[in-house]
Design a protein around this ligand. Structure first.
Ligand code: ADP
Ligand code: MG
Length: 253
């Protein structure tokens, strides 16, 4: 029996638009489980990013609940929510959003220094380990602009996990990468998941979805299907791709 790490109950999100309201999430119910590599798929504009931001408290839902450790983060005070995002959640995006005038090492360590639960020396040590794991230790002093997209995304992943988040959120993390860099980034995410990191990733790339232990398909802000898979292995990648492809076709993807 898996434990839910985060649960949406009747989640709603509307935006003010052209003097009216557009309703993107209209009562989403969803549990995300500890230890899973959960992938969200769905057509462009189906509300994937909106859902990810509402679940992670990056953007506030307009109705319903997001339960994290029994607490509804939709109603949480901003200061407490910001602290929670910093300590318990990690984020990666299609655009890496690295700080341009900081080195890779600094980009990774700064969120660690801001989190007072560990010493600066511990943060530095963890950053070194992560840079080794991500294959960017040799370029630690370079600025983001001096690095390839793949190197920047690997740095962004290290930054996202510096505080050992309970849940790593990713919105199209391979969307701006070429095939080789995509594989490298997916391998790192797979490795993190194998060592226990819970991941919730939005993607429109079936190859990226291949790494999932669970795929959720959404349409108009609602879950219309889901697929549970055994842990990913390279050996089974082809048959897995075929299985996911058939399932996606059934979802009219
Ligand atoms: N800030 C906003 N204001 C108005 N409409 C928005 C806003 N953000 C997203 N939307 C709309 O919500 C819908 C879902 O967007 P999004 O969640 O980004 O979709 P996806 O990530 O699945 O492509 C789209 O129709 C988009 O135009
Ligand atoms: Mg999106």
């Amino acid at each position: 029996m898996k434990n839910a790490i985060i649960s949406a109950k009747g989640l709603c999100k509307s935006f003010a638009h052209n003097g009216g309201q557009v309703h993107i999430l209209t009562g989403l119910d969803l549990d995300i489980y500890e230890g899973d590599f959960t992938v969200i798929m769905g057509a462009s504009g189906s509300g994937k990013s909106t859902m990810l931001y509402a679940l992670s408290g990056m953007d506030r839902a307009t109705g319903g609940e997001v339960l994290y450790h029994g607490e509804n983060i939709v109603k949480m005070r901003e200061k407490k929510l910001a602290a929670l995002r910093r300590t318990d959640f990690g984020f990666i995006f299609q655009q890496m959003h690295l700080v341009s005038n900081l080195s890779l090492f600094e980009n990774i360590t700064v969120p660690g220094y801001l989190n007072r639960t560990r010493s600066a020396a511990d943060t530095d040590q963890r950053a070194e380990q992560l840079m080794e794991q991500m294959g960017i230790a040799k370029i630690r002093t370079q600025l983001p602009s001096q690095c390839s997209g793949g190197e920047q995304q690997r740095c962004a992943i290290a930054r996202a996990v510096i505080n050992e988040p309970k849940l790593l959120f990713a919105d199209e993390p391979t969307g701006a990468l070429n095939k080789k860099n995509t594989t490298e980034v997916l391998d790192l995410l797979t490795e993190l998941n194998r060592s226990g990191q819970s991941i919730l990733m939005v993607t429109h790339d079936a190859r990226a979805a291949c790494r999932a232990s669970r795929i959720i398909y959404i349409e108009d802000g609602k879950v219309i299907g889901e697929l549970t898979l055994p842990p990913y292995t390279v050996q089974e990648e082809k048959s897995r791709e075929t299985q996911i492809g058939a399932w996606l076709a059934a979802m009219k993807w």
